[in-house]
Design a protein around this ligand. Structure first.
Ligand SMILES: *Cc1c(COP(=O)(O)O)cnc(C)c1O
Length: 346
């Protein structure tokens, strides 16, 4: 079989040999009983990296997000979030099905939360009003674009939360992409948020999971929610072990992914007719549109696939390409040349 260049997502990576070895040799125990030393090591390491008191290992970012919202809210309350956020769009309606909260979405143009607008969305007290009990932000932000939220904007959101006594939760699935892109440590970015989740399976290339971090008391409550949702683990050290390796070894890869995304973006930009705004490439996600070309997005992606290249359709006319472990500069040269040929032959 021909080698496929899979640019659909940074979740398609294979674990490194070091991760496979770590899985094989992991020391394990019953994690529901609090006796898996490898899970505990991952949770403590994650908390340390985020500068938070404690951590909690989840099988997925989705589960971590939902358990966090369940921990912070009561049924019928409101939460403020970005209208393009993962938690609002891509978690199967979990907010209403699980926490039974009412989402109050706001637009987040260019990954920036407008503070005055956010403050307007906070409910006043009153017999007819739902209580606003949580603000959820996302960094990197924006469905399929991976844009970085400026640090001062995050701190403004946190100050607003503090002023109104509302906790701020950060979905930081790709927080290390944000850290690398802005040249600031993750710890600094999340300093003022109450809790943060990050994924081990995106740019970090681990095969499993996500870690939620925050104050001790919050994590303790979240542990109950995780258990309620059937997310409790037994000998999960096997799946936590590659996460530890990921945190210790994969940061340079993220830097490489960003360089490669720039390279890809510039190459695609030079192809006449293809629409792409390279100023939107903050991290490892490149989006472009075929709107001005005489081809449908489906046909365009089919022709890419015929040449062994996978990209993901993200709207009626646009697609994304995500760089990750396993994507080298030579692959990108090939992708650019294939796209050039497809467009040239139209
Ligand atoms: C991927 C992602 C999640 C969910 O993580 P899974 O492990 O795939 O469930 C949540 N939020 C954001 C912003 C993500 O990119």
């Amino acid at each position: 079989m021909r080698n496929i260049i899979d640019l659909r997502s940074d979740t398609v990576t294979q674990p490194t040999q070091e991760m496979r070895d770590a899985m094989y040799y992991a020391v394990v125990g019953d994690d529901i009983m609090g006796e898996d030393p490898t899970v505990r090591e991952l949770e403590t390491l994650a908390a340390d990296i985020m500068g938070k008191e404690d951590g909690l290992f989840f099988s997925s970012g989705t589960l971590a997000n939902q358990a966090a919202v369940m921990t912070y809210t009561q049924r019928g309350e409101e939460i403020i979030l970005g209208d393009t956020s993962h938690i609002y769009n891509l978690e199967v309606g979990g907010l209403s099905a699980l926490s039974q909260v009412q989402p109050r979405p706001m637009a987040v143009p260019k990954g920036i939360y407008e503070i005055a607008l956010m403050e307007e969305l906070i409910q006043e007290e009153g017999i007819q009003r739902a209580k606003t009990s949580l603000i959820c932000i996302e960094n990197t932000n924006n469905l399929n674009a991976g844009m970085v939220v400026p640090l001062e904007n995050i701190n403004q959101v946190c100050a607003l939360g503090k002023k109104h006594g509302i906790p701020v939760y950060l979905d930081g699935a790709r927080i290390f992409n944000a850290a690398v892109a802005s040249g600031v440590e993750a710890k600094e970015i999340v300093k003022n948020v109450d809790a943060v989740m990050f994924a081990l399976t995106k740019g970090l290339s681990a095969p499993f999971g996500a870690v939620l971090t925050g104050r001790k008391e919050f994590i303790q409550k979240a542990r109950w929610m995780k258990q309620r949702l059937g997310g409790g683990f037994r000998q999960a050290g096997f799946i936590a072990a590659p996460g530890i390796v990921a945190l210790k070894t994969m940061m340079p890869q993220i830097e490489k992914d960003h360089k490669n995304a720039q390279l890809l973006g510039k190459g695609l930009e030079a192809i006449e007719g293809l629409q792409i705004d390279v100023s939107r490439i903050h991290t490892n996600i490149v989006t472009a549109s075929v709107e001005q070309l005489p081809i449908t997005i489906e046909e365009f992606l089919n022709r890419l696939l015929e040449k062994g290249i996978k990209a993901k359709r993200i709207s009626k006319t646009s697609f994304r390409m995500v760089t990750h472990l396993g994507i080298e500069e030579s692959h990108l040269q090939e992708v650019i040349s294939v796209v050039k040929n497809i467009v040239f032959q139209l």
